[in-house]
Design a protein around this ligand. Sequence first.
Ligand code: NAI
Length: 330
Amino acid sequence: MKVAVFSTKSYDRESLTQTNAGRHELVFHDVALNVKTAALVEDCNAVCCFVNDQLNAAVLKRLSLQGVTLVVLRCAEVQQVDLAAAKTLGITVARVPGYSPHAVAEHALGLILMLNRHLHRAHYRVRENDYSLNGLLGFDLAGKTVGVIGTGAIGSVFARIMQAIGCKVIANDPVVDESLQAAGVAYLSLDEFYKQADIISLHCPVNKNTRHIINAAAVEAMKNGVMLINTGAGALVDTEAAIEGLKTRKIGYLGLDVYEAPNHGFYEDNSNQVLQDDVFARLLTFPNVVVTGHQAFFTRESLATISEQTLENITAFESGKLALVHQVTE
Ligand code: NAI
């Protein structure tokens, strides 16, 4: 198929071109797809998009008028697509549901180590010829209780990593992973979970039960000085409640790879622009907060899997088999 690929960076183009090996005709665009850029699809019959592309009803209508019948998302997220409009217009939508659970789980561990041992501050101190240790005191992870909310593909890998470090792992998930339970992970109610966890890591999707699962009441129920890590989804955390928790020192450390405001600008270089989000700006003032720009997935292995599954989805659509692969319906 001839596919217009939007929001591409050099790493996307390299990975997709290498994996494609001539299977499909890929037309790369660095701009995001929106009403203004939809005309760039020209004579393509599929578009390949990422998290910041806009696939609302107006854009989908334009795509449909230009003959597009397939949207392949090179991500798990589908919130950027008006699925009802796509269905009405007869546009099939497919995604990549999972790429590398290790990538995200290992990034969560990276945030934990960085915050605990103050590596973000230590790095800059040494570069300024300052070898003082004041303020850099950490704690042994071994023996601490790590709580995992959502023990699916990523959370279960994370749980095993933390067990290997010597942590006690507890979990909260409506679906119990029996192999984790057999490995000693205790599934607890949230009340009991918050009482016990020294470190909490979020690995569940956003849904009506989990939006702002970390709110003021949840923060209040946690241990004093708790470490909170979110590589799951921005809207799991009520950022203002987290800021309040940081100010009262209830939250001792906060590590985020995701942020709740949609279109926050992740993946773009906005360094010449004025930051307009005052809540986000406040977050950045805390010495015990580390934020990364939605990079937890970003490993060579993840990119290779994303490219392979995206191209497979296009091939499956062409051969009428997409429903068996990764089609997204409402
Ligand atoms: P998964 O579907 O394998 O696991 C999600 C788990 O959350 C399931 O076990 C499910 O039962 C559980 N869950 C659902 N509702 C829950 C609730 N109310 N309370 C507790 N647990 C609940 O998903 P996967 O692949 O492990 O992804 C987890 C999260 O990580 C997703 O939100 C995904 O968007 C995010 N993610 C983040 C990336 C990043 O770069 N930061 C990259 C990839 C995924």
